[in-house]
Design a protein around this ligand. Sequence first.
Ligand SMILES: *Cc1c(COP(=O)(O)O)cnc(C)c1O
Length: 429
Amino acid sequence: MKYYSTHNVGHKVSFREAVFQSLPPDNGLYFPEETPALSKSFWSDFPDMDRVDVAFKIARSFVGTEIPEEDLYRIVSETVDFPTPLVAVEPNIHSLELFHGPTWAFKDMGARFLSRCMGHFTEKTGEEVHILVATSGDTGGAVAAGFHGVEGVQVTLLYPEGKVSAVQQRQLTSWGDNITALEVKGSFDDCQKMVKQAFLDTSLNNKIHLSSANSINIARLIPQSFYYFYAFQALPNPEGVVVCVPSGNYGNLTAGLLAWKLGLPVHRFVAASNANTVVPDYLRTGEYHPQPSVQTYANAMDVGAPSNFVRMLEVFGQSYEKVTNMISGFSLQDPDILQTIEQCYQQNNYLLDPHGAIGYAAMQHSLKDDEQGIFLETAHPVKFLDVVEKALGHSIDFGDKIDSLMQKTTAQKEIDADYEALKGFLLGE
Ligand SMILES: *Cc1c(COP(=O)(O)O)cnc(C)c1O
């Protein structure tokens, strides 16, 4: 399978190159040259198919023969070895719980697959790769968990001092070994700027092999299509299914669209946002105007210029008409996020996190009588404890879940928001 750049269809690379480069040099995004339909026998076996087999067959469609079958099978079986249950919140509205992985958010799925693919390739050549990631919270923890102990890979995470939640901070700093957390005296934007500068620094790149694990990496997207298939397997009668994806960079939604392109019979999608409404606005008006991001309670979705927007359109050949036939938009402001969490808990005894709350509200708002809804519950509520407690007006006891994490020893290095400080660290100076 080849991947082309969305800026230049003529620029094609292998899966391996797309994984290590992450971004094409022309600043486009890598996109699969084709989405081969799954075979008839796949669909006849699908209702009872083992989840590893489902993942393997989808991964095979995207990776081709670049990774030998037995290795790819092992990679996907390690990727999907936590449950993704579909839970009925109301008779017609289901929550697809994607937070049962090691860092309690859906990003675990992508990070596990990416790390194992990279590990597979570096093991063969014996080369050392250095992954550099700027994180505002969830990504860094998932990447750390995914790469911890992977041979031949060093990971450096940059996070802004005082701007990540207590749980997120633990999940960034409690690994050791090949994972180093750098606490930057600055903002997330500073972290991102420092990382970008490192990738552009030729003298640094001549000395160490830098690579990225950010959400535009194609190997993070591919495994995110697996769980859409699992959700359909879990429904007794998967007809008229509307899937709602709480979105920030729109990677998760794009993965859902790839699943649909592979033949999964999704009736339609809802793109749900917080106060960062550029994509719902685009779907309504046909005009796309990236904005500076606005801070909200659903902070993993605080994105004003979504990096996967171009890929989302690419699925539809950049046609506004085709996009809007399949996807509608929805957005929810902060006060309504709190209210939704509270109401859903009172009425259904189901505790949403702020991101899932947006998905649930979208389903309540837009589901028609002959449809059934699935929203992606992208994080465990404990990750956003302060927001959830604010919504309910009382504290919640999550028992051991949080205690064992909080007891872990942590280590981080403080650095200034200055590129030379990062470079010095990377070169071991
Ligand atoms: C990253 C994240 C999102 C947004 O996902 P995208 O793929 O960037 O659209 C939503 N919810 C949570 C909890 C996240 O961590």
